[in-house]
Ligand binder design. Structure first.
Ligand code: G6Q
Length: 541
């Protein structure tokens, strides 16, 4: 693939941007009364209104042309059919196979992976039924009441996000905790009030070598044995989710209690693999399979719908429009659904680890911005803090609003007030409040500009019926494929993470220097050496 900025569609988009970037949404709406219904798309029960973007029909035409020139269609097929599109790791990228129906065939190195996927799913299901029904007992014969997932990054963010998102559907007799940070406080607080005899730890790590997870798992095992004393208790209280059977065995977990996945599942794309074991324990196998069905519906839509009707493609292309043409540095994701409180954090990893790359597939430094910085909080909380800057700041911050027609906890006027707020925010951002309107309200002179809202602040509006396992699957797949769309056009490897790998190596080098009894031979820069010495002399234990 070529440098995208040399493609005819990119050049046409630049010229088009020069023409329309100052056009106000007020004027675009005034010129076309049907805009609010025409610039919309719907698939799998998710409605996307993208009319409040700084675009015209021509913009969409050019963006889809760009997708075509970048061979997006062929690249989608390459992903779905198991081509090794993660070129720097020479791996297929097949999270879509995790939710493919049993009768599909997807081959990697000549091997159909779908039966393997379903075998693991069936194992997970059998295990979850045993734990949830009380057939699986702890070492002392007590029923499991607490589930602790120990993992980090892709082995944590998906499980935490999904647990929070689907709490409404979870078994409330079970307590869930998630330990990720190597800060001893994380493990201490997670276990503080749990009875080891009633606790099941899931050690989730693709590699089973990540220092944070292995340190936390060792501490959790020590905590368990302090309570239960007999080392054979580990077998009843620890299971593993990993691709590394040898390391799992070394840790002392029977591989009969290991749930596998494969190198073609990236960490940040793994919440629907065995990494979702805690989710399945929480919501039950049927709900987990319903979530997979949701993912699958969005996969099929992405694979087959024309790009101008394709939700992930539109979302991805609009993100690129603001990143590369308006030079917006960040984008806010604002779910008006309390259960989605961890969704922005989840998306942060998805987009930033996937597309935060400065070299292209050929290893050359790119001369355009890649990656969208996502951030956000559930509404309406953000309205009372950072929305000020979205409304009246000097930076352009495109927003994705996510709302559901039905609350899972209907209560009087709550939902109407919530939805009124999200609608009002999107409206105010787009249309603002003019000086004339401010003055008509009685504010004159130098005070008036403080109350003027320029508007023309773009947003997408996603709406679905209600948050449930299926709609969560659809939403996650929607963003996965939007990120994919951008990565293809930017011509980068969205599926490696060398920046993360580096962190893993660097810390391992310094640990022995901090733990050394004698003054270590420090070979870092003067700042790092000084900080190491300072830490060594200040630490008491
Ligand atoms: C995700 C990344 C990264 C990874 C963690 C945990 O795409 O690769 O966040 O998930 O570093 O790795 P392990 O699962 O191997 O412990």
């Amino acid at each position: 693939m070529a440098n995208p900025t040399t493609l005819p569609a990119w050049k046409a988009l630049q010229a088009h941007y020069d023409e329309i970037h100052n056009t106000h949404l007020r004027d675009l709406f005034a010129a076309d009364p049907s805009r609010g219904t025409s610039l919309t798309a719907e698939a799998a029960g998710i409605y996307l209104d993208y009319s409040k973007n700084r675009i015209t029909a021509k913009t969409i035409e050019l963006l889809t042309q760009l997708a075509n020139e970048a061979n997006l269609r062929a690249r989608i097929e390459a992903m779905f059919t198991g081509e090794k599109i993660n070129v720097t790791e020479n791996r297929a990228v097949l999270h879509t196979a995790l939710r493919a129906p049993k009768n599909t065939e997807v081959t990697v190195d000549g091997h159909n992976v779908i039966p393997d996927v379903h075998a693991v799913l069936d194992n997970m299901e059998a295990f979850c039924v045993r734990v949830r029904s009380g057939q699986w007992l702890g070492h002392t014969g007590k029923r499991i009441k607490n589930i602790v997932n120990i993992g980090i990054g892709g082995s944590d963010l998906g499980p935490v996000m999904a647990y929070e998102a689907l709490k409404h559907y979870s078994d409330r007799t079970l307590t869930f905790r998630f330990i990720s940070n190597v800060d001893g406080t994380d493990v201490a607080e997670a276990l503080i009030d749990l009875d080891p005899a009633e606790t099941l730890c899931i050690v989730s790590s693709k590699t089973f070598t990540t220092i944070e997870t292995m340190t936390n798992a060792a501490s959790a095992r020590a905590w368990l044995l302090k309570g239960l004393t007999d080392p054979s208790a580990v077998a009843k209280h620890f299971v593993a989710v990993s691709t590394n059977a040898a390391e799992v065995t070394k840790f002392g977990i029977d591989t009969a209690n290991m749930f596998g996945f494969w190198d073609w599942v990236g960490g940040r794309y793994s919440m629907d693999s065995a990494i979702g074991l805690s989710s399945m324990l929480a919501i039950g196998p049927d709900n987990f399979r319903a979530m997979l069905q949701g993912f699958r519906e969005m996969d099929e839509h992405f694979r087959t719908a024309p790009f101008d009707k394709n939700l992930p493609a539109i979302l991805g292309l609009l993100g690129l429009w603001y990143s590369n043409f308006f030079h917006a540095a960040t984008a806010a994701v604002l779910p008006y659904e309390q259960y989605l409180k961890r969704f922005p954090a989840y998306l942060q990893q998805l987009t930033m680890e996937s597309n935060g790359k400065y070299v292209n597939l050929q290893g050359e430094k790119v001369n355009y911005d890649t990656g969208v910085i996502y951030w956000g909080e559930p509404g309406t909380n953000g309205q009372h803090s950072f929305y000020q800057m979205i409304h009246q700041g000097t930076r352009l911050i495109p927003c994705d609003f996510i709302a559901f027609a039905n609350s899972l906890n209907p209560n009087g006027r709550h939902q109407d007030i919530l939805i009124a707020n999200v609608l009002a925010q999107a409206e105010a951002l787009a249309f603002g409040k003019t000086k004339a309107e401010v003055e008509a309200d009685g504010t004159k002179g130098w005070l008036a500009p403080h109350r003027v809202f320029e508007g023309n602040r773009p947003s997408n509006f996603l709406m679905a019926d209600r948050l449930d396992p299926q709609s969560l699957g659809k939403l996650v797949a929607l963003y996965e494929h939007a990120v994919f769309t951008q990565g293809i056009i930017w011509n980068i490897d969205s599926f490696d993470q060398w920046g993360v790998e580096l962190g893993k190596v660097l810390a391992n080098r310094i640990v022995p220097e901090l733990e050394s009894g004698a003054e270590p031979d420090l070979r870092h820069d003067s700042s790092t050496n000084n900080l190491i010495r300072r830490y060594r002399s200040a630490k008491r234990t």
